[in-house]
Design a protein around this ligand. Structure first.
Ligand SMILES: C[S@@+](CC[C@H](N)C(=O)[O-])C[C@H]1O[C@@H](n2cnc3c(N)ncnc32)[C@H](O)[C@@H]1O
Length: 492
């Protein structure tokens, strides 16, 4: 550098102008207080043990019940620091300060340094996380039937294997043909056909054994199977949402959309396979089939020779309405369709899809969609004002009120009240249609014990009981898979 060159050109800053701290000038290396740790470290020297109150990379402080027989400046060799009974540091220290009555002292380490990162690793990762796992594992190993544990391990092993196989194929497919829509589906279908029967059979067997568990054993079991199986299932968006509940709940509309989608999504073949698996396992097929029951009811209403009104409660992605709009040829009379969901994203996404399908028809069908960002609670107990007005003035004279995928969350008493409330929205001749899934050994076990998604399944008797509160006779019908029951009632 020449005398005339400004310093900043060479070193990026005028070094003479660099600043120190504006306050708190004394620099101290990072320090960990023992009360921030799960286990207080202990220090041994001179044949005695002391509590370590804080520690830094260059020193530590201890407390003693008896006065310490040491003096400032004294060197002490053979010092050992233990964390939860494991030796973590050893070396020499120098006494740098003594507290009141010599019952506390500060030291400077003079051989090497103390790694705070290692201390935190031991404290948080080993002694908290891993320790908790080991305690739980021990409890699970003794509290859960051996056969049951072995079956869960089999499922895990089968998931690992199919994952590895699909990854290997994907890697070998240098032209990435697996990504093509048809190819993806064919590869997943072939894999499912080969692999799923054994997998589902084990899940069914587990369901039988699990049904005998008492509440404590069930808790242990859920933890065991979810921890193990989600390792592999977390790659699937449906399973991950069910387990992680990203919106505080699963964000079901997206799960339902993926379960009923024609195209498989995902950046790996394995991810797509997990979506395919959700679609093809028995209850996945039922989710599609129950939509067909709703579609038939919608079509029946649309065939009436007059304007009509339909309400879908907990509409989610409303795949059945998408099919209706796409496939129904002549729609001569106006149809007002009210989509009600507490999830704004569900409504936005669904309305976009429905509007797009309407536009693609090219004949501008006389269908008007009304989205109500409304929850069941607002329907059952609307606040005075706009809410009450909406329920009493808008949600009335309806030709069809239907709901699928909501009652599976409602306890019987609330479900009955809801049935009654929805029935009250109907015009004369209007129809109420309420779907509820039936417990299905393999799928229900997987949904619950792998993905932590807990549903209220209903029997035919419980469905009849739902309808018993109505002023008319109701009937219970089933979808084509026989795994979704519908309460159906006509007003008048
Ligand atoms: C399992 S999905 C079913 C969606 C659709 N009916 C189907 O069959 O694909 C459940 C839907 O209910 C909605 N939902 C859940 N609780 C609700 C409540 N209390 N009020 C209104 N909607 C609710 C969720 O946002 C979600 O879109």
């Amino acid at each position: 550098m020449t005398q005339s060159e400004p310093q900043s050109i060479v070193n990026g800053a005028v070094h003479a102008a660099l600043q120190g701290a504006t306050s708190k000038f004394r620099f101290r290396s990072d320090r960990l207080n023992s009360n921030e740790l799960n286990h207080v470290p202990r220090c041994q020297f001179g044949g005695r043990e002391y509590l370590v109150t804080n520690v830094s990379s260059t020193g530590m402080a201890i407390e003693s019940e008896q006065p310490l027989e040491i003096r400032v400046g004294q060197l002490i060799d053979g010092v050992e620091i233990y964390h939860h009974k494991q030796l973590f540091w050893s070396g020499s220290i120098e006494v740098s300060s003594l507290g009141d009555e010599s019952k506390s002292a500060g030291f400077r380490v003079i051989t090497g340094h103390i790694s705070l990162a290692e201390l935190q690793f031991r404290d948080e990762f080993l002694e908290y996380r891993l320790e908790r796992y080991l305690l739980r594992r021990d409890e699970q190993a003794s509290g859960l039937p051996q056969d049951w544990q072995a079956d869960v391990a089999q499922l895990h092993s089968m998931l690992c294997e199919v994952h590895t196989t699909l990854d290997a194929y994907q890697k070998s497919d240098t032209e990435n043909r697996w990504r093509e829509v048809d190819m993806s589906r064919r590869l997943c279908a072939a894999t499912f056909q080969k692999w799923a029967p054994q997998f589902l059979e084990i899940a069914s067997r587990l369901d039988q054994t699990s049904s005998k568990f008492d509440a404590d054993t069930k808790d242990l079991a859920l933890n065991f199977s979810q921890t193990l199986l989600m390792r592999e299932l977390t790659h699937g968006e449906i399973q991950r949402r069910a387990y992680e509940k990203p919106q505080g709940y699963a964000g079901d509309f997206r799960m339902m959309e993926l379960t009923q989608a024609e195209d498989l999504e995902g950046d790996t073949l394995y991810q797509r396979f997990l979506q395919y698996f959700s679609q093809e396992m028995p209850l996945g097929k039922t989710v599609c089939a129950r939509g067909k029951v709703a579609l038939d009811a919608i079509s029946k209403v649309a065939a009436l020779n007059r304007p009509t009104k339909i309400v879908s409660l907990a509409s989610g992605p409303a795949m059945e309405l998408r099919t209706f709009v796409r496939e129904t040829k002549n729609i001569d009379y106006k149809i007002d369709i009210f989509l009600i969901d507490q999830d704004e994203d569900a409504l936005r996404n669904c309305l976009n899809a429905l509007t797009k399908i309407c536009a693609e028809r090219g004949d501008n069908p006389p269908i008007e969609f009304h989205c109500l960002h409304f929850s069941l609670r607002q329907i059952m107990a609307p606040k005075r004002g706009a809410e009450r007005e909406l329920v009493s003035q808008v949600l009335k004279d309806v030709d069809l009120v239907y709901s699928m995928g909501l009652f599976d969350y409602l306890p019987q008493f609330l479900a009955q009240r809801t049935v009654n409330e929805l029935f009250g929205m109907l015009r004369e001749g209007g129809e109420l249609l309420i779907g509820n899934l039936v417990r299905t050994t393999d799928s229900s076990w997987l949904i619950e014990y792998a993905s932590a998604w807990h549903l209220i399944y209903r029997t035919e008797q419980q469905m009849h009981d739902l309808g018993s509160v109505l002023p008319v006779n109701s009937e219970v019908i089933a979808d084509i898979t026989n795994r979704c029951l519908f309460l159906r009632a006509t007003n008048g």
